[in-house]
Design a binder for this molecule. Structure first.
Ligand SMILES: [Zn+2]
Length: 136
């Protein structure tokens, strides 16, 4: 029995979102450059399961309150695992529209709130549950 619960704990740890330093820097930079509008892009993992690529999709609309990714421009081969977007406010919580979008676009989602520092980064699963973040 004890072993089962240990295994369950290990499985829980796999929910940790690991982001490479390069991908992190790219997202923070993009969020700062797009401010006061929102930045939005898709994410891709490397073979180690770390988020290593930020896929900027052509014709993405960066709005003040929302962004819209044009999925007609997402290649079928993109293999994205989720999304990243910024919030021009200090609130990193997903909005109702964010939650609907999360459900439709992968398992791992990142929101970067103002002032776009690593501390202002939050990760969520497709249901909006917060996940721990680790920088690789
Ligand atoms: Zn949002």
């Amino acid at each position: 029995m004890a072993k089962d619960s240990e295994d369950a704990e290990k499985a829980g740890e796999q929910n940790e979102v690991i982001i490479t330093t390069a991908a992190l820097e790219f997202m923070l930079h993009a969020a700062r450059n797009t401010y006061p509008d929102e930045f939005a892009a898709l994410l891709r993992k490397n073979k180690k399961g770390q988020i290593s690529e930020v896929l900027v999709i052509p014709q993405t609309i960066y709005g003040e309150d929302f962004s819209s990714i044009n999925f007609y421009n997402v290649a079928y081969t993109s293999g994205h695992c989720g999304s990243v977007h910024s919030h021009p406010s200090r609130d990193p919580r997903p909005s109702r529209a964010d939650l609907a979008f999360f459900k439709a676009s992968g398992d791992t989602h990142i929101i970067i709130a103002y002032p776009f520092t690593p501390n202002a980064l939050r990760a969520y699963d497709s249901k909006g549950k917060a996940l721990p973040i680790k920088i690789a």
